[in-house]
Every structure is written in structure tokens, then in C-alpha cells.
Design a protein around this ligand. Structure first.
Ligand SMILES: Cc1cc2ncn([C@H]3O[C@H](COP(=O)(O)O)[C@@H](O)[C@H]3O)c2cc1C
Ligand SMILES: O=C(O)c1cccnc1
Length: 360
């Protein structure tokens, strides 16, 4: 994949080759280093405080030690990977937003004016915007470099994407994460924009947790009761219609998912392959985390949950992976905004390990 610099470069690869490259990434993800975790546990136990008294700060320090395979982990750089894509299912009236708003937001991010830009700047993190499947006219400015297709299909009627498109999105996400880690950004966060994307996210969470859509679905950007009822029905019916194969997450993503979500799944897996932990954001990110977990359960040791989304499916997806959200902010914006706020907490956790006095 080293010679790939744009989506079109993948045209050289057959479907089987794409599957093989993806498998190489999955197989290349190591179990985290339990010995390094034990070293961190001991270091924290010697600090002048009751054992475990710093709660999440201790959990995160231990997690980072395992991921970085050292009892002295460091955060050398931070990046939020914002993936964007559109969704054919928007035509079912599941979102209150116009589809064109995805492209508008993407440009706002490029101009450094989005919510994610403000919060990422605040915490000193880089924002990388990647358009994998917006429906707008591709332009140079929207980095059409990585555009796979112009939006997914309406999964109320047909599969959202082809298997090949999903594999491309997974590999693009993985490549972007691997490149960021190589540049020294060894703590990543997932972010996204894509009008209607709480619908495929809720569908993925409903499917993989076995919970009815009504349990995991909420109002997204703010739909009314009638639209919410429609959203729930669209999700239940799509799962019943497509019968995705639970043991084949590529199939599930292609039938009821979305391509920016698949790119986030790839980013999580690629980040882990390169030795970096990823902070999850809200429901869309949580859905991506859950799909990554279905590809490889060990991935959970590389994941840090940030906030508890106001979309019901978010915390339900986290719980299904055994992760606990650390922040309760009533946030429901997405973009990576909640995840960005978790960066300083991760940095604080390492400072505790490095700077706090020992009992000795
Ligand atoms: C101005 C604006 C900025 C956003 N930034 C993220 N989202 C979030 O809301 C969208 C999903 O909600 P739904 O499924 O209800 O359409 C996604 O774009 C998500 O990133 C936004 C939404 C809006 C309106
Ligand atoms: O949880 C989120 O990230 C979220 C919720 C609603 C709309 N967009 C994103």
C-alpha cells in the first residue's frame, strides 16, 4: 500500500488483493504488552496516593503503556481523523439536514472554523479531513484524492455500498492512520461528518448488539417524533431485509453501514497496527469501534472511550465492548469533538506517572 497516494491507485488491485492487504493489517495487530502494563501498575502503586485513587487517569496510563509496549509511554503527537461521507438513506427522511451540509461542513473544517477545529486547536491536536464518499461535486479543495464514490446507496432499498467500496474505505482509513503514526502522532481520535450518519451507526449497533432499533436510536441532529419513528422502522426493516452476515463485518458495513464509518474502522485498526491507541468520539465513532471489535476483539485494548453520546446507541456500543465513557457532557455533535477533549486527560495520565512523587 506504500505506493498508494489516492483512491484511484487502488484500481491496480483486484478484490482478492484488497482482502489480502486488509487481512495483513488485521493479522499484524499485536496483543498489547501486558508486562508493560504491569510496570505502569507498579509505578502508579508507588505514587503518594491511595491505590487507584486517580481512577480514569490510572486506567488510561496503564492502557497507553500496553499499547506503546513500555512502562514509560509518551504522547508525541495527537491527530483527529475526520472522515466524511454521504448516505443514500437520507432520502427516507431520517435526518433533518440537507445532504449538501456535509460538503459545507467539510469546507468549514478546511477553513479551520468548525467545532472540531476549535477544540482540536485548544488541545494542540492536528485535524486531518478525508472525504471518502461525499455526494457533492468533487473539488481540489475537498481533497477528492480519497473519494471512493459519491455517497452510499439507500439501504432501505439496496446495499449501501459494494464489498469493494467498503474494503477501499477500510484501507484508506488504515493508510491515513498508519501515515499519521509514522509522522509521530501516536495518539489518534476518530471523527466524522456525514448528514444522516446516525442512521447507519444505529443500524450497525442494533445489528451487532442484537438490540431493537428503538433501543439504540435517537434524534441525531434533532428530528421530530414522526421522523424518529420512521428512522427506527427503516433500521429494523433494513436489517430484516439484508440479513447481513454477523461473522463478516465487511458484509455488514456494505449492507447497512457507511463509508466514512468504514474509514473510521480502518483508522482504528491501522492505528493499532502501527502501535497507536485511538480515542472514540460519539455514536458514529462508537459504531466504528464496535465494528473494529467484531473484526478483532483484542482491539478494545487500543481503544479509549471519551464521552457518552446523547444518542442512546453510543453508550450501548461502548458497553458491548466493555468500555466505559469517561466524560458526560451531553454532547451530540460528532466530528471528533468529544474525543478531542479526552487528549488532555490522556496527557495528564502520563504526567501523573512521570511527575508525581513516590512513597519512597
Ligand atoms: C451543522 C452541522 C454540523 C455537524 N457536525 C457534525 N454533525 C453530525 O450530525 C450529522 C448526523 O446527524 P443526523 O443523522 O441527524 O443527520 C453528522 O454529520 C454528524 O457528524 C453535524 C450536523 C450539523 C447539522
Ligand atoms: O454522538 C454523536 O457523535 C452525534 C450525535 C448526533 C449527531 N451527530 C453526532
Amino acid at each position: 500500500m506504500n505506493n498508494v497516494t489516492k483512491a484511484k491507485d487502488f484500481e491496480l488491485y483486484t478484490d482478492q488483493e484488497l482482502e489480502a492487504i486488509f487481512k495483513e493489517i488485521l493479522d499484524g495487530i499485536k496483543q498489547v504488552d501486558k508486562k508493560a502494563q504491569d510496570v505502569m501498575v507498579d509505578r502508579l502503586a508507588n505514587k503518594c496516593k491511595p491505590v487507584g485513587a486517580l481512577g480514569v487517569l490510572e486506567d488510561v496510563a496503564i492502557k497507553l503503556a500496553g499499547v506503546q509496549r513500555t512502562g514509560k509511554p509518551e504522547i508525541t503527537g495527537k491527530a483527529v481523523l475526520v472522515m466524511s461521507g454521504d448516505h443514500g438513506v437520507i432520502e427516507e427522511g431520517v435526518s433533518q439536514c440537507e445532504q449538501s451540509l456535509t460538503d459545507s461542513m467539510f469546507h468549514i473544517f478546511l477553513e479551520n472554523k468548525g467545532g472540531i477545529n476549535v477544540l482540536a486547536n485548544h488541545v494542540g491536536a492536528k485535524v486531518i479531513c478525508t472525504d471518502v464518499a461525499m455526494a457533492s461535486e468533487p473539488t481540489e479543495a475537498n481533497s477528492a484524492q480519497w473519494r471512493i464514490t459519491n455517497g452510499t446507496k439507500n439501504f432501505a432499498k439496496e446495499s449501501a455500498a459494494s464489498r469493494r467500496e467498503v474494503l477501499l474505505a477500510l484501507l484508506i482509513g488504515a493508510k491515513i492512520a498508519i501515515d499519521e503514526v509514522a509522522e509521530g502522532n501516536n495518539l489518534l481520535a476518530t471523527g466524522e461528518v456525514g448528514m444522516a450518519n446516525t442512521t447507519p451507526s444505529s443500524a450497525l449497533i442494533s445489528f451487532f448488539t442484537g438490540r431493537p432499533a428503538a433501543d439504540v436510536t435517537n434524534r441525531g441532529t434533532g428530528i421530530n417524533d414522526i421522523a424518529l419513528e420512521r428512522k427506527v422502522k427503516v433500521i429494523d426493516e433494513a436489517i430484516a431485509k439484508h440479513q447481513p452476515h454477523a461473522d463478516d463485518p465487511v458484509d455488514v458495513l456494505s449492507k447497512i453501514g457507511g463509508l466514512e464509518i468504514a474509514a473510521n474502522v480502518g483508522a482504528i485498526l491501522g492505528g493499532a497496527y502501527a502501535g497507536a491507541a485511538t480515542i472514540l468520539d460519539g455514536i458514529i465513532s462508537n459504531a466504528a469501534g464496535l465494528v473494529a471489535y467484531k473484526f478483532k476483539a483484542d482491539i478494545v485494548d487500543y481503544l479509549i472511550a471519551s464521552h457518552s453520546s446523547a444518542e442512546h446507541g453510543g453508550p450501548i456500543a461502548l458497553e458491548a465492548m466493555g468500555l466505559k465513557p469517561c466524560l458526560n457532557m451531553g454532547m451530540r455533535l460528532g466530528e471528533g469533538t468529544g474525543a478531542a477533549l479526552m487528549f488532555p486527560i490522556c496527557e495528564a495520565s502520563i504526567k501523573v506517572a512521570n511527575e508525581m512523587g513516590d512513597y519512597a
